[in-house]
Design a binder for this molecule. Structure first.
Ligand SMILES: O=c1nc[nH]c2c1ncn2[C@H]1C[C@H](O)[C@@H](COP(=O)(O)OP(=O)(O)OP(=O)(O)O)O1
Ligand SMILES: [Mg+2]
Length: 253
């Protein structure tokens, strides 16, 4: 069974990933399973750029497959802010509470409350090469005050228009169903399953070819022995693989 390191220092994200990956045949690890590393720079202009930077950085240092997440909240009335700066909106070492307070202050007189969460995921192989990327978003409205005790980050300020409740009130299961991260994870799992099927198909095809060669050599004897013929018709679909990754929406900041 392969190992996948969930390369995040955010325990809220980590819990969500653990829940969503629990059925997969992969050994999940997290950064706490390794000696501490300095955090990589997250100064890219897009969520995707930062996710790739983090995945590559951790994969190279840990010599393992690593999954990184870069995510944040885009508020329409603020031109997409805090966006990629969500974690450090109120300063480099800002707490969730400080970020939330600043956001509420900036939105005090705003009537338009439309906002969305966005998430970019990247997987790097142990050499640091990016082998998969997906993204997801989740629409909502910014509340006027915190609601509920669940989730992390900006969840207490986020009213989900899909769930008709605040993410601070939603259970983990409810959130994962509609969240930016949930959508991106499901796309990633679908890509993996497709890649695994293709690989299996190719292996079967190779074996099929091998057997038919053997049959050409040994065919007479096998047929005389009543051995079954290889099923040449059962060849897998050999269509070229289409990358199912959706185009990321343009950054708004
Ligand atoms: O589902 C979410 N619910 C609420 N808030 C969220 C969510 N998803 C991202 N967020 C916020 C938290 C943080 O303010 C920023 C992510 O910043 P981001 O740099 O991607 O993560 P991070 O620094 O906390 O951990 P790490 O970089 O180690 O993965 O967006
Ligand atoms: Mg970060």
């Amino acid at each position: 069974m392969g190992t996948l390191v969930i390369a995040t220092s955010n325990l809220g994200k980590l819990d969500e990933f653990k829940e969503m990956f629990k059925e997969l045949p992969v050994e999940l690890k997290c950064l706490a399973d390794y000696p501490p590393l300095p955090s990589p720079n997250e100064n890219g202009r897009t969520f995707a750029a930062n996710a790739k930077t983090k995945a590559t950085y951790y994969a190279k240092h840990l010599n393992e497959f690593c999954l990184a997440d870069d995510s944040g909240l885009e508020v329409k009335a603020l031109g997409g802010e805090p966006g990629v700066r969500s974690a450090r909106f109120a300063g480099d070492e800002a707490t969730d509470k400080e970020n939330n307070d600043l956001l509420l202050q900036q939105m005090k007189f705003q009537i338009t409350r439309t906002c969305r969460f966005r998430c970019a995921l990247a997987v790097a192989n142990p050499t640091g090469r990016i082998v998969a990327e997906t993204d997801g978003s989740c629409e909502g409205m910014l509340l006027h005050e915190p609601l509920g005790e669940n989730g992390f980050g900006y969840d207490p300020l986020f009213w989900s228009t899909e769930l008709h409740k605040g993410l601070g009130e939603a259970t983990a299961e409810e959130k994962n169903k509609i969240s930016h991260r949930g959508k991106a994870v499901r796309k990633l799992i679908a890509m993996w399953k497709k890649a695994a099927n293709n690989k299996n198909g190719k292996r079967q095809e190779k074996q099929g070819r091998k057997y038919s060669n053997e049959q050409q050599v040994n065919g007479k004897a096998e047929q005389e022995n009543g051995a079954s013929k290889p099923e040449r018709e059962a060849r897998p679909d050999t269509k070229p693989e289409v990358k199912p990754e959706s185009k990321p929406e343009p950054e708004t900041n």
